[in-house]
Write a protein that binds this ligand. Structure first.
Ligand code: NAD
Ligand code: ZN
Length: 379
């Protein structure tokens, strides 16, 4: 029996207040409106960005909310005007969109779509400013336009990448945010040349995907920086060749790296969300040619402070969302790189839990344990 055009009642994990465990509730999910798609989520995983907006210490609180943005699923139904997706298509919802019409989408250099670029403070659909989720008529806010901690969700068509139906969704779901972000930050933005040295700040899943990008680019040295020593053992499987724990030194980590590398690394990629690490990641690149790329999501009141001479000395500072990938145009090909065994994903997935135990995924991340925890919606 088709559910198209009808309200679907299903389970979702609702964040009622900041920092409190999610609670599994029965929610109503309205049908997709114009330019929207309703997706049955099969697998979702937890990214640190979800945790920031859940604990809401350094971000604007918006509750009750359905979090989640790294996921894979199948289109259940489509709204008016949607022509390039149909029920049954395998898709990855993406937190930043691609309208294919604005100056950014038409530019080869940008993925910052005017209509659908990441907006962490918006809790409703852009079409009518309303939520598609409710409990007994009371609306529940969306998160990043994706809200994947629900058996069904509604997403703007511009935030949906249609992928190879043969790709295993329990693996490629991590390409919907973290792995594409880290990998793209290196290969599309930092662009190390063969034989160059790369420092990676933060050895979580995003940072190790950035290391993977450095490895496939032929980097000669990949220096991993993290405060959590348990990350170093894990990182050995990701081509990281040297490790630095800022806590082991009594001088700034940028000075330690400059000494290790005869003046600085050629490239650095910051994947921590710590403002201090962002500054160190910039100041540790070599003068004359060094390029630093910021990926971590900062607190809302953070400010980046460095002496302007660090820039005059011909260092470049960049930043990226989603590794500069255009979600609809580029992600199907990234999935193919996994299918062709050019890109490894399985080693990023260290934990898996049924949906009913989603709070465990938060516990693992808060404890700095493992990389990605995949949440199985059917279980
Ligand atoms: P994670 O928690 O798994 O990994 C972060 C790592 O950084 C941890 O190992 C932690 O110990 C380390 N760390 C924290 N502070 C540090 C410091 N001062 N110096 C060195 N290491 C430090 O998180 P993740 O899911 O891999 O995400 C990493 C970051 O990327 C987060 O800030 C997340 O919000 C951000 N992110 C950005 C985008 C984007 O498009 N720009 C997309 C996804 C995630
Ligand atoms: Zn993410």
């Amino acid at each position: 029996m088709s559910t198209a055009g009808q309200v679907i009642r299903c389970k979702a994990a609702v964040a009622w207040e900041s920092g409190k465990p999610l609670s599994i509730e029965e929610v109503e999910v309205a049908p997709p409106q114009k330019d929207e798609v309703r997706i049955k989520i099969l697998f979702t995983s937890l990214c640190h960005t979800d945790v920031y907006f859940w604990d809401a210490k350094g971000q604007n609180p918006l509750f009750p909310r359905i979090l989640g943005h790294e996921a894979g699923g199948i289109v259940e139904s489509v709204g008016e005007g949607v022509t390039d997706l149909k029920p049954g298509d395998h898709v990855l919802p993406i937190f930043t969109g691609e309208c294919k019409e604005c100056p950014h989408c038409l530019s080869e250099e940008s993925n910052m779509c005017d209509l659908l670029r990441i907006n962490t403070d918006r809790g409703e659909m852009i079409n009518d400013g309303k939520s598609r989720f409710s409990i007994n008529g009371k609306p529940i806010y969306h998160f990043l336009g994706t809200s994947t901690f629900s058996e069904y969700t509604v997403v703007h068509v511009g935030q949906v990448a249609k992928i190879n139906p043969e790709a295993p969704l329990d693996k490629v779901c991590v390409l919907s945010c973290g792995m594409s972000t880290g990998f793209g930050a290196t290969v599309n933005v930092a662009k190390p040349k063969k034989g160059q040295s790369v420092a990676i700040f933060g050895l979580g899943a995003v940072g190790l995907a950035a290391a993977e990008g450095a490895r496939v680019s032929g980097a000669s040295r990949i220096i991993g920086v993290d405060l959590n020593p348990s990350r170093f053992e894990l990182a050995k499987n990701f081509g990281v060749t040297e490790f630095v724990n800022p806590k082991d030194h009594n001088k700034p980590v940028q000075e330690v790296i400059a000494e290790m590398t005869g003046g600085g690394v050629d490239r650095s990629v910051e994947c921590t969300g710590s403002i201090q690490a962002m500054i160190s990641a910039f100041e540790c690149v070599h003068d004359g040619w060094g390029v630093a790329v910021l990926v971590g999501v900062p607190n809302k009141d953070d400010a980046f402070k460095t002496h302007p001479v660090n820039l005059l000395n011909e260092r470049t500072l960049k930043g990226t969302f989603f590794g500069n990938y255009k979600p609809r145009t580029d992600i199907p090909a990234v999935v193919e790189r996994y299918m062709n065994k050019e890109l490894e994903l399985d080693k990023f997935i260290t934990h898996s839990v049924p949906f009913s135990e989603i709070n465990k995924a938060f516990e693992y991340m808060l404890a700095g344990e493992g990389l990605r925890c995949v949440i199985r919606m059917d279980a």
